[in-house]
Ligand binder design. Structure first.
Ligand code: GDP
Ligand code: MG
Length: 331
């Protein structure tokens, strides 16, 4: 995933000179390490709905990745960058890993599994075990296998500790540590921001020494268009019930600066005529609600006034047809 940076360039500042030992000396002859920057890719993996996107947003301090109470809302790779002092953490949010045969889901899962190998370190999120359970969920057992066969270190995060008492959290730690070996195990609550500091302290220790991959003020590599389409999709998940959101894809068709505001047109694809009706709602009320809520979040993200128009189109069975998946951006 990362290109190897050229250390020579960084080691060739105008004044200090390189000694034979490989350290560089400043003019005052104090010894400095050759490169003090630490930077690495950190994968966020886990079953759907465990709080991966919530944690990513908290760690970078911006609502970049959409989060909803419904499982499987994250479809694409999204990175969030946190730079502090001499360390840069590049978090990769992934779709949840779970059993499924649907083409769209398979693509998402393959992507998540691939991420596991391309990172420097992985954070595996699980929830506290329900009191009656004595072993991990079958999908978590699959993830355990993946981790066992991976060359990467994994930190186990027990998220949503706000929902469980101490005994349950301890029992969860017990069960998981009997089944796998982890660099660290950290209970926290992404939603309540509890214990995030200890996670960050641990991450700091595992970051490889490497020059930054991104500018220190950059938060993501995703385009504004992508983030906008995601914010529209988030509202569709929040406002509509059942399976409809899972059959929805959003594409930005127009993104233009006007003298007064930013004009954005989005195409919302659904699979059936009946879904189109539900999405639009009586007299267009549903689509209006979705549009208003999305526009507010888009304005907050981009820091400017936005005119947002949503258009709905039926693309039959797009979640099952590979060419539609590609056309809609799921590569
Ligand atoms: P993802 O599918 O793993 O990305 O999960 P999301 O980040 O979308 O979160 C799924 C749901 O769990 C959302 O409703 C979140 O608000 C909720 N959630 C995430 N973290 C926590 C937490 O620490 N405590 C509680 N109580 N809920 C959480
Ligand atoms: Mg997510």
């Amino acid at each position: 995933m990362h290109s190897s940076h050229d250390f020579e360039q960084i080691l060739a500042p105008p004044f200090p000179f390189t000694s034979q030992s490989g350290f560089i000396f400043s003019e005052s002859n104090t010894i400095e390490m050759s490169s003090q920057e630490h930077c690495g890719f950190i994968g966020l993996i886990g079953r759907p709905n465990v709080g991966k996107s919530t944690l990513l947003n908290k760690l970078i301090g911006q609502d970049l990745s959409i989060t909803t109470p419904k499982p499987q809302t994250t479809r694409n790779r999204l990175i969030g960058i946190r730079t502090q002092g001499a360390s840069q953490m590049v978090f990769i949010d992934t779709p949840g890993i779970h059993e499924s045969n649907l083409p769209l889901n398979r693509k998402m899962i393959d992507y998540a599994v691939k991420t596991l190998e391309e990172t420097d370190l992985n954070l595996w999120l699980v929830e506290p075990l329900k009191p009656h359970l004595i072993e991990p969920h079958p999908d978590d057992k699959k993830i355990l296998d993946l981790i066992r066969n991976s060359n990467n270190k994994t930190i186990l995060v027990i998220n949503k500790m706000d929902l469980a008492d101490r005994a349950r959290v301890l029992r969860t730690i017990d069960v998981f540590s009997q089944n796998g070996s982890f660099a660290e195990i950290i209970p926290l609550s992404a939603l309540k921001s509890t214990n995030l500091e200890s996670l960050l302290e641990q991450l700091e220790q595992y970051l490889p020494e490497h020059p930054f991959f991104f500018e220190s003020d950059q938060l993501t590599d995703a385009s504004e268009r992508f983030l906008v389409a995601e914010l529209v999709r988030e509202q569709i998940f929040r406002k509509l019930q059942q399976e409809l959101p899972y059959s929805t894809a959003v594409q930005v068709e127009r993104f233009e600066e006007d003298p007064n505001c930013l004009r954005i047109d989005c195409l919302v694809c659904v699979e059936r005529e009946s879904q189109k009706g539900i999405l639009i709602g009586k007299g267009g009320t549903m689509l209006k609600q979705i549009g208003t809520a999305a526009r507010e979040k888009i304005e907050k993200l981009l820091g400017q006034r936005v005119f947002l128009a949503l258009h709905v189109k039926v693309v039959k069975q797009w979640t099952r047809k590979t060419h539609h998946l590609q056309a809609l951006g799921y590569h």
